[in-house]
Design a protein around this ligand. Structure first.
Ligand code: ITT
Ligand code: MG
Length: 203
C-alpha cells in the first residue's frame, strides 16, 4: 500500500519543524508528512476560538477539507498563573503583532516585573487535532509546567522558550536541545497521545 499522506498544518516554521520531528520520532510507519507549502493555497480561518482545542480542530478541519488529506494541527500558548491564565489562546499576538516573539516576550517580562519568584508559575499548553476528510476528528492536550524567568536565556526553540524555565534542572526551554525539549514539552506530549490515531490511518 502506498504511504498515507498527512498534512501538517502550521505557518510557524519553527513549530512545524517540532511537529515533524516528534511525528518522525514516533516512528509511525506508512505515513508521509506533507507541509502547507506543498499543497495549493487555501483560505485559512482566523484563530478566534476560546480554547486551544477549538482552534486546533478548526485548523485541522480546514486543512482536511481543502486538500482531501487527513490533517494534523497544533494550537498552543502559555498560561501564566499571575495573569489568571493569560496570554493563553492570545499568546501569538500578545503584544499586538502576530508572531513577534521578541515583543511578546518583552511585554510578558514587563508585566511580571514585580511578581515575586514564588508566584511566577506558568504552563505551556498544546492542543493537537487530527481531522480526517468526511470522517473522524480527535483532539488531545499536552501541558508543560514551569516558571517565568526574569531575563531571556538560550537560543533554541521559539516564542516564549527563552523566558520559560520548565520544572527540572533550571535551564530555560531555549537552552534545551531539540530532543530534550520534545521529550518533555506540551507539544511532544500531545502528539504522542495522538500517535495511535495516526497509526490507525494506515489500517
Ligand atoms: O497557528 P500556526 O500556523 O500553527 O502558528 P502560530 O505561531 O500562529 O501558533 P499558535 O496560533 O498556536 O500560537 C502559539 C503561540 O504560543 C507560543 N508557543 C507555543 N508553543 C510554544 C513553544 O513550544 N515554545 C515557545 N512558545 C510557544 C508562541 O508564541 C506561538 O506563537
Ligand atoms: Mg496561529
Amino acid at each position: 500500500m502506498p504511504d498515507v499522506k498527512l498534512l501538517v498544518a502550521s505557518r510557524n516554521a519553527k513549530k512545524l519543524r517540532e511537529l515533524r520531528r516528534v511525528l518522525d520520532a514516533e516512528g509511525i510507519s506508512g505515513i508521509e508528512l506533507v507541509g502547507l507549502n506543498e499543497v495549493p493555497e487555501f483560505p485559512e480561518a482566523p484563530e478566534t476560538g476560546a480554547t486551544f482545542e477549538e482552534n486546533a480542530l478548526a485548523k485541522a478541519r480546514d486543512g482536511a477539507a481543502a486538500t482531501g488529506m487527513p490533517c494534523v494541527a497544533d494550537d498552543s500558548g502559555i498560561e501564566v498563573d499571575a495573569l489568571n491564565g493569560m496570554p493563553g489562546v492570545l499568546s501569538a499576538r500578545w503584544s499586538g503583532a502576530h508572531g513577534d516573539d521578541d515583543a511578546n516576550t518583552a511585554l510578558l517580562l514587563a508585566q511580571l516585573r514585580d511578581v515575586p519568584d514564588e508566584r511566577r508559575g506558568a504552563g505551556f499548553v498544546s492542543a493537537c487535532a487530527l481531522a480526517v476528510p468526511g470522517g473522524d476528528e480527535s483532539v488531545v492536550r499536552g501541558e508543560w509546567r514551569g516558571v517565568i524567568a526574569r531575563t531571556p536565556l538560550g537560543e533554541n526553540g521559539f516564542g516564549y522558550d527563552p523566558v520559560f524555565v520548565p520544572e527540572g534542572d533550571g535551564r530555560s526551554a531555549a537552552e534545551l536541545g531539540p530532543e530534550e525539549k520534545d521529550a518533555a514539552s506540551h507539544r511532544g506530549r500531545a502528539l504522542r497521545l495522538l500517535a495511535p490515531a495516526l497509526q490507525a490511518l494506515t489500517k
